[in-house]
Design a protein around this ligand. Sequence first.
Ligand code: ADP
Length: 545
Amino acid sequence: MTPGRMMHFPLTLTHLLERARTYFPRGEIVSREPGGALHRETWKDVYERAGKLAHALERLGVKPGDRVATLAWNHHRHLEAYFAVPMMGAVVHTLNLRLHPKELAYIARHAEDSVVLVDRSLLPLLDQFVSDVPSIRHVVVIPDDGPTPQGKLDYEQLIAPERPDYAWPTLDEHSAATICYTSGTTGNPKGVVYSHRSSVLHALTACMVDSMGASEHDVLMPVVPMFHANAWGWPHTAACVGAKLVFPGPKLDPESLLDLMAREKVTSTAGVPTIWLGILAMLDANPKKWDLSRLRQMVVGGSAAPPSMMEGFQKRHGITVTHAWGMTETNPLGTIARVKRELETGTEEERMAVRASQGYAVPFVETRHTSDDGKILPWDAETMGELEVRGPWVASSYLGEEGKDRWTKDGWFKTGDVVTIDAHGYVRICDRSKDVIKSGGEWISSVALENALMSHPAVLEAAVFAGRHAKWDERPIAAIVLKKGMTVTEADLTKHLEGKFAKFWMPDAYVLTEQIPRTSTGKFLKTKLRELYGEMLIKPAKPEK
Ligand code: ADP
């Protein structure tokens, strides 16, 4: 090998924040506080306050490699920790505030967190598990909704006496920067450890025009929580280009989000479909109330974006939804649904079908799908198999070496998603393997049925899940939430589906409900639906708790 003669320059988060401070010192970070007030600071402030925080954490005994947990909403102080902790060589561990205290205790113990930065508004949650985590030496309270209680360490008081200039160490780009746990819908949650290098490469890719296309001219609002796969890397991406960042804090209802988007002239925002379904309903009811003319895209991922929702935003409100796929294990960006030039000449319907797919892989992520016996399947748009991915920001193992069966012998990560891939490389998710409905040995895609049901004008949300069946093992049941003031009959829904699917795909039953249970990351919780209604085709449903 003839060696190249380029510098060894480590890819670390330190460079991203230093760049934001140097070139975009006045770039704004806007955070909505629990009371509704807006807090403003700049990239220069973030850099300086990160320096103060690093000094303060050092004073508390935090050493390189130590885990500093956060239990916090999306806001500026969380952003400061996002950079300060990894830049000083420690590891920031984002705890999911929607989990049960028992799960949080397990996760914090497993990660061996030594310090927790917690929003004052979330102290009651922390109090329920902190004593079960012996590794926690200090609790620092972020005074988000009022003064820190007597006797507790206060974030602002802690950093106030410190100097803003910290001698950030030169780090190995492969060193750990962040830890985030998977939601653990099957088995215990697993720790995914991102490196500086993986987060930097992910941020750079997110800036590409055919990816998220983030630029300094953008106003980025990650609605996706900072505890969900690094808020999809948006804080890192924003620092990379010096974009303005807007954080919604705990106010995630459609009206508050729309107010913030209009007021701060948000250009690009990201979250799971359940958030945008609520926003679409609010916009439909009040089409003229908010000026969203600056909004260039809503990135939707985490679960399938219903095409009817994408169309609704586009046709009724002129808002473009960009559909992307990813996982905690992939930092998360894996694929994004951009329409390739060769497909642009198609009809509007054909283009929408492409945009509603999960898209094709971004640079450095590779995709393939395989059969149960590990055979690599053809990209023919029909053959279903498990999606496997690899790339520099795809996990190579979990913390503690758990879940080794998620990697193939030749080094690919098994996603657990059942997909088809077409000749152009577009991936289409039919289901998560644990949600697939197997009727008489045939697979039925719950995602396809949900998308079709959500295109019915009376339906706000639909989740299709497997009900146990005496003859066919499993049959589809659809849980439906109606739009306000709407009614519908089972016959209407069946008629709406007829002709779109084979007869045996038709749901055997419909359950009208007020709200579909959600996971801790805002997705439909099908295990709960199965628990509540999964036996109804055999015996009557249990009453809803
Ligand atoms: P959780 O386990 O909390 O759902 P993740 O965010 O890591 O945590 O979930 C990743 C999974 O979410 C993927 O494996 C896939 O099943 C689903 N997912 C993500 N994006 C999409 C998408 N655009 N369409 C359909 N499913 C998606």
